[in-house]
Every structure is written in C-alpha cells, then in structure tokens.
Design a protein around this ligand. Structure first.
Ligand code: HEC
Length: 240
C-alpha cells in the first residue's frame, strides 16, 4: 500500500514537472536584441518610409505646434465655449499655479520658496503675445520653465491658453468693457451687498491682495471640507 502511494506521489511530481509552461521559451523578439530573421539583423523594425502611424498624422500643424510658417500664430484652433474655459481653468490651477499663481502674476508658492520668478502674464508684452506663444511655451518649455507636453494634451494646452487670456482680461478690465446698460459696481458697494469684511475693498488697491494670490479668503491655509473626499482628508491629517 505504502509503495503504491509513493509511486503515486512520484508520478504526480513527474507530471507537474512535465507541465512546465514553456510560453517564455517561445520564439519572440526581446527589445533591442538582434535576430537572424531579418536581413539587416535588427529585430526592431525601422518605420516604413512614407507611412504615418495611426493617430500620428498631426496634419493640422497649428493645432499641434501653435506655429504658422515657423512663427507663433494667433487664434484658437478649437471652438471657444464656457466648457473649454472651465477646463482650461481647472488644468491651469493644477499645472501652472504652483509657479504662476492663481492670478498669473508669476508669484506662485514654488517661486515664494525660491524658484526662479515665473512669467507674469500681466505685462504688456505677454498681453500682446499671440495665443500660439502660450501654446508653444507649454509645448516646448521656456528658459527655466520645463515643458508640459507629456502631462497636458494639445487640446488642454489650448484650453489653458484661452483661460490665460481670460486671466489677462480679468486683471486689465476697463470701464468700456462693461456691456452697455450695465455699470461697474464699486468694490465697497459690492462688499457691503455681499456681506464681505469692510476691509475687503481696500485690499484691492494698486497691488493684488495676498488673498488673490494664495486663493484662500482668510489668508489661512485651505482645509478640505470633511465631506469632500474622506480618504484624502485622512491622508492630509496623517501628514501633520
Ligand atoms: C515649475 C514652475 C513652473 C510651472 C509649473 C509653470 N511655469 Fe511657466 N514659467 C516658469 C518660469 C521660471 C518662467 C520664466 C522662464 C524664464 O524667463 O527663464 C515661466 C514663464 C512662462 C511664460 C512666459 C514666457 C515668456 O514669453 O516670457 C508663460 C506664458 C508660461 N510660463 C506659461 C505656463 C503655463 C501655461 C504653465 C502651466 C501649464 C506653466 N507656465 C507652468 C515656471 C513655471
């Protein structure tokens, strides 16, 4: 009886060993390794001449480069809608505010901690710069600024460029921009109307108040509301 079960075990072991999956031994090309299969000895095949991989045609060069005949072009190659501006604002706040700040004055948190001052979008030069310039800076980088082409898709780069135009308008509005039949409201009046602190309007003198740059109304660091994302709040609290 004992020898039978020993034989059984031995047979099972032989079977298991015989069942070794040899898929990793199948014929295949290991990246960058040579082969005798192709005449040139390369397993990695060069691109077939005069062909373009699917999705890489990029026929609309302005959309993908922001350039027209080697020069930065002006104009938005996508339809401008409120949704595009909102998307631009969201992406801008994620990718650009650390250096450029929420209002785009170039004094974001990383700059406050010692990074090279980032561009201020509210200079005459950048107000007059064509839209393609902003696309090109995001695509290729600019001086000390890294490029964001890997992180931000072309369509989102255009949305951000459009939003930067809105930011520029927001800091350079003139009384004549107010639509006919409406009138600009004095900030003191607005503060009273909306129950804002009495000093609110005084903050907005010639310089942007700290609240505009830091993005929190009371100058304190922003705390996530407990209901927002439970996991995240715990993570933030744990870091303290
Ligand atoms: C890590 C910090 C950093 C981030 C993030 C950053 N920038 Fe910049 N940016 C800079 C710096 C620094 C400069 C100034 C570069 C110089 O003059 O050498 C600059 C300059 C610019 C300029 C001005 C170029 C000019 O003509 O003077 C534009 C436009 C710009 N950035 C757009 C953006 C946009 C849009 C984003 C988000 C997608 C972004 N930046 C994210 C650091 C940053």
């Amino acid at each position: 009886m004992r020898s039978i079960s020993a034989m059984g075990v031995a047979a099972t072991m032989l079977l298991v060993a015989g069942c070794r999956q040899d898929m990793h031994n199948q014929p295949k090309f290991i990246p960058q390794r040579g082969t005798s299969f192709f005449a040139d000895g390369r397993s990695v095949r060069p691109q077939v001449e005069n062909t373009v991989a699917r999705g890489q045609l990029h026929e609309d060069t302005y959309f993908y480069t922001g350039m027209v005949n080697g020069k930065e072009g002006d104009g938005l190659p996508i339809e401008l809608t409120a949704a595009v501006l909102e998307r631009g604002q969201e992406r801008y706040n994620i990718y650009c505010t650390p250096c450029h700040s929420r209002v785009g004055n170039g004094n974001g948190m990383i700059v406050q901690r010692g990074y090279k001052p980032a561009g201020n979008f509210h200079t005459d030069r950048l107000r007059q710069a064509p839209l393609g310039h902003f696309f090109s800076v995001m695509t290729n980088g600019y001086g000390a600024m890294p490029d964001y082409s890997a992180q931000i898709t072309p369509v989102d780069r255009w949305a951000i460029a459009a939003y930067i135009r809105a930011l520029q308008l927001s800091q350079d509005a003139k009384a004549s921009d107010v639509p006919a039949g409406q009138h600009p409201i004095d900030l003191h009046e607005l503060a009273k109307e909306q129950g804002l602190p009495p000093g609110f309007a005084d903050d907005w003198g010639n310089e942007l108040p700290a609240t505009a740059v830091k993005g929190s109304p009371n100058g304190k660091s922003f705390v996530l509301p407990p209901s927002a994302t439970p996991g995240m709040v715990t993570a933030v609290q744990n870091q303290k």
